[in-house]
Design a protein around this ligand. Structure first.
Ligand code: MEV
Length: 422
């Protein structure tokens, strides 16, 4: 299992050498290594069992973010993403974070919310009392759905009743359900369906929708980092200037939804990439994050950055993270299994703590660049390589064409094609 996430010179290795290094460090078997190399990853029969009408496979790059120290443990983070600069940005920010002791992260208990919609309820207020009076029986019935989960310490935790301001009033029952190491969609949806007839009878109405809420605000994740300002200095920028710029960038996002959307997109660049690498449902995570960002009635930033007045820049991030390490694609997809092994996670909570830290790191990387030299400089060399690739360059020509375009200051497909011909 990995002991350090500081892999010096990792960036300069070939992709095969990098894979060998990670395989050694994470103690991967030959089969697991092959899964990363693409040879023994998801197969057509696997894929055919996952979704409908399968005709093929669609692959994406998987890279490793280095330098992460989370709650005192070094972690190598697998990220699946098509966008250049994200993995490098996360690794750089994680390196800066080390100067302040790394990331501190934690998470709530994995409690999901299931919703049962009751309509045509003759007396909504009376039905609320009736349902709450039967809470114990309802919780017991919900717990019969998955006895294994209950044995593992999970299961139904609470029943709440909300009266919606609709005409006529709708009664919405929330079932709070601890799903332990799972994302929990199946367990919660099944429990909601199981309780629906009982709730309809108690309310005198009809049960309509029975489904979990992706605004999983009982299942929040939290990360914090405190970086000495001096560690933020680079090129001609002083640490104090960088810290002040990041603080002002965060204030902009907190006050302006147009900026907040982009600010949060940068956070999700990191979060989604790890969520995808582990076979989790990134649409659920996206839905939860943005709904949480709008919880006060106005869309705002998910992170905060402030100078603490004692020479450190302090960042925090908080959002719902309904992630699992059992069930769904996490166990079916061979590469997702290997991703979990590389991180050395044993529980969903550990995965959540890593993912929230990567989100904060990604945000730091973006704001640091935006508040100083801008993001384009860092973006250009990888972008140029993508343009060269798209123009048909192979092998050593990819870098040759990319470097020539950067030197000319114009990165365009037609220029790449011309360079390639010459
Ligand atoms: C690009 O994918 C992400 C950024 O736009 C994030 C941000 O603006 O904070 C750089």
């Amino acid at each position: 299992m990995s002991t350090t996430s500081q892999l010096s010179g990792f960036y300069t290795l070939s992709s095969t050498e990098r894979l060998e290094r990670i395989a050694r460090q994470a103690d991967l078997t030959a089969e697991e290594t092959q899964a990363l190399a693409g040879a023994l990853g998801l197969t057509l029969p696997h894929a055919d069992a996952m979704v409908e009408n399968v005709i093929g496979m669609y692959t994406l790059p998987l890279g490793i973010a280095t330098n992460f120290s989370i709650n005192g443990r070094d972690v190598l983070v697998p990220m699946v993403i098509e966008e250049p600069s994200v993995i490098a940005g996360a690794s750089l920010a994680a390196k800066l974070a080390r100067a302040g002791g790394g990331f501190v992260a934690t998470a709530d208990a994995p409690v999901m919310i299931g919703q049962i919609q009751l309509v045509d309820v003759p007396d909504p207020h009376a039905s609320k009392v009736e349902i709450l009076a039967h809470k114990e029986a309802l919780l017991a019935a919900a717990n019969q759905v998955d006895p294994v989960l209950v044995k593992l310490g999970g299961g139904a935790r609470d029943v709440q009743v909300h009266l919606l301001d609709t005409a006529p009033t709708m009664v919405i029952v929330h079932l709070l359900y601890d799903v332990r190491d799972a994302m929990g969609a199946n367990a919660v949806n099944t429990a909601c369906e199981r309780l629906a007839p009982q709730l309809a009878a108690l309310s005198g109405g009809r049960a309509l929708l029975r489904i979990l809420s992706n605004l999983a605000d009982q299942r929040l994740a939290y990360a914090k980092v405190a970086i000495p300002e001096a560690a933020l200095a680079f090129a001609d920028f002083s640490g104090a200037d960088v810290a002040h710029g990041i603080e002002q960038a965060a204030a902009f996002a907190a006050a302006d939804p147009y900026r907040a959307a982009t600010h949060n997109k940068g956070i999700m660049n990191g979060i989604d990439a790890v969520v995808l690498a582990t076979g989790n449902d990134w649409r659920a995570i996206e839905a939860g994050a943005h709904a949480y960002a709008a919880r006060g009635g106005r869309y705002t930033a998910l992170s905060t950055w402030r100078r603490d007045g004692r020479g450190a820049l302090v960042g925090t991030l908080e959002l719902p993270l309904a992630l699992g390490i059992v069930g769904g694609a996490t166990r079916v997809h061979p590469t997702a299994r290997v991703a979990l092994k590389i991180m050395g996670v044993q529980t969903a909570r550990e995965l959540v703590e890593i993912v929230i830290s990567v989100g904060l790191a990604q945000n730091l990387a973006a704001l640091r660049a935006l508040a100083t030299e801008g993001i384009q400089r860092g973006h250009m060399s990888l972008h140029a390589r993508q343009v060269a690739l798209a123009a048909g360059a192979t092998g050593a020509d990819i870098n040759r064409v990319a470097e020539a375009m950067i030197a000319q200051g114009t990165i365009r497909p037609d220029i790449a094609e011309k360079l390639l011909r010459s």
